[in-house]
Write a protein that binds this ligand. Structure first.
Ligand code: NAD
Length: 476
């Protein structure tokens, strides 16, 4: 059901899509196949709600959003199960990471908005300038399938906290947590029309959000090709745009690293969430003097990762999100072979006994023997597939790391502080992790360089994005 004007309603055309459980390879619910008419209804509701929500004292807005966070915490188990059933990830992971982060997103922006300050600038003895930030209006938030509720809330929380009203669309592949979230919004007493969640496919419901003349800003997370299409539509309409797109992130391991820590975390940064995290380090560069040892250990530990039923506590690698995506990932393994790569472990579909026999499981895969410019090392695969390549010098590895069109994140493993700073400064990525991965302080700006995105989310940047700055200059 869509959540429009505070109510759960069917799409106007009564058209639905099947929602597939990827671990079982069969449908388990229906999802509205909404169209421009549903987006129109949602936008009208958001417009009606805007004056009341934007004028509401920020403490009251904040309290409602924090109530929603409390309800997410209360329903942790149910939401984690839904996230796993939609997306294929281990329930344990959804419970430990995705859902707690969704509630943290709500809480972070709800409290952040209270502290969001206006600025004043004294210009010599001549003038005082003050700058206010007012909510921009009705905004569109469009999110992907890989971290469903986590990324959905990452977009809508700052928008709502800033005082905007929202028309949001989760991925059609993973709609269930957003549906459950809409019920929590009703229970928390979110005024009707403040948030409207419309389900459906990108080219229809998503495109209608982007095209709607009364939706003045678009916050999008998804693939680079989709981002380009959205920019083509929204930019000539002078909409504010935040695009968080794909990645092909380098993971650089210098010989002077803490070997065990680098190895352990590199396994996580390669295969967490089946490698379906935009921040996964899919290209591992290892200094030649430790290359053989690293590859041997990495392959041996990868081969031991349990691929299996997402309900099973022991499972490390669940199902890929869809059959089409599984075939895409496997086609890249084939491409790697054609390009001269050697598959050291993995590379095949896995058949699981029991309820998951028709699921979309792929072995974690390690490939060596490829150059940094081949397609396997240039294109985003977004699955449990990594390549490992040797390097000799710092300059050489910086060149390899920066050689793709993407620039989302990078990881550096070294115990040499000067080297860490030197290399970090030269990498063209929005986030650099040194001796860690996926460590996030929500106050820091988040986003990619080059084709990984435009704009920054997180902290004040996100709250600012959903506001319009106005400066008043007074001559004194
Ligand atoms: P996608 O681009 O196919 O879809 C993302 C969302 O956009 C979905 O809700 C989809 O329905 C919608 N959409 C598709 N076409 C649209 C259109 N023409 N107009 C409006 N909306 C449209 O991406 P995906 O396959 O769901 O997600 C995987 C991609 O997301 C990967 O490339 C990954 O790297 C990227 N991603 C980036 C980040 C980040 O923060 N940079 C985070 C997570 C995922």
């Amino acid at each position: 059901m869509n959540y429009i004007n505070g109510e759960l309603i069917e799409p106007r055309a009564k058209s639905f899509l099947e929602n597939i459980n990827p671990a079982e390879g069969k449908p388990y619910s229906l999802v509205p196949d909404s169209d421009a008419e549903d987006i129109q209804l949602a936008t009208e509701a958001a417009q009606r709600a805007f004056d009341g929500w934007s004028a509401m004292p920020v403490e009251k807005r904040s309290a409602t959003l924090q109530k929603i966070a409390d309800l997410i915490d209360r329903d942790l188990d149910q939401l984690a199960l839904a996230e796993s059933t939609d997306q294929g990830k281990p329930v344990k992971l959804a419970k430990a990471v995705d859902i707690p982060r969704a509630s943290a997103n709500m809480r972070f922006f709800a409290t952040g908005a209270i502290h969001f300050a206006s600025e004043a600038h004294i210009t010599g003895h001549e003038a005082i300038n003050y700058t206010t930030h007012t909510p921009v209006g009705v905004v569109g938030c469009i999110s992907p399938w890989n971290l469903p509720l986590y990324l959905f809330t990452w977009k809508i929380a700052p928008a709502l906290a800033a005082g905007c009203t929202v028309v949001a669309k989760p991925s059609e592949l993973t709609p269930m947590t957003a549906f459950l979230f809409s019920k929590l919004c009703i229970e928390a007493g979110l005024p009707k029309g403040v948030l409207n969640i419309v389900h459906g496919v990108g080219p229809k419901a998503g495109q209608a959000i982007v095209e709607h003349p009364d939706i003045v800003a678009i916050s999008f997370t998804g693939g680079t090709v989709t981002g380009k299409k959205i920019a083509t539509t929204a930019a000539p309409m002078f909409k504010k745009l935040s695009l968080e797109l794909g990645g092909k992130n380098p993971n650089i391991v210098f010989a002077d690293c803490d070997f065990e820590q680098a190895l352990h975390t590199s396994i996580q940064s390669s295969f967490s969430n089946q490698g379906e995290i935009c921040l996964c380090g899919s290209r591992i560069f290892v200094e030649r003097t430790i290359y053989d040892r690293f590859v041997k250990e990495f392959v041996s530990r990868t081969a031991k990762l349990t691929v299996g039923d997402p309900h099973d506590e022991q499972t490390k690698i669940g199902a890929l999100v869809s059959e089409a995506h599984m075939h895409k990932v496997l086609s890249y393994v084939e491409l790697a072979r054609q390009e001269g790569g050697k598959v050291l472990t993995g590379g095949r579909q896995v058949k699981i006994d029991g309820r998951c026999t028709n699921g979309y499981f792929v072995e974690p895969t390690v490939i060596t023997g490829l150059g940094h410019m081949c397609r396997t090392n240039q294109e985003e695969i977004f699955g449990p597939v990594v390549t490992i390549m040797p390097f000799d010098t710092e300059d050489e590895v910086i060149n390899y790391a920066n050689s793709t069109g993407y620039g989302l994140s990078a990881t550096i493993w070294t115990e040499n502080l000067k080297r860490a700073h030197r290399v970090a400064a030269q990498l063209k990525s929005g986030i650099i992790w040194v001796n860690c991965w996926l460590f996030r302080d929500l106050r820091t700006p988040f986003g990619g360089m080059k084709q990984s995105g435009v704009g920054r989310e997180g902290g004040w940047e996100a709250l600012r994005f959903f506001t319009e700055a106005k400066n008043v200059c007074i001559k004194i």
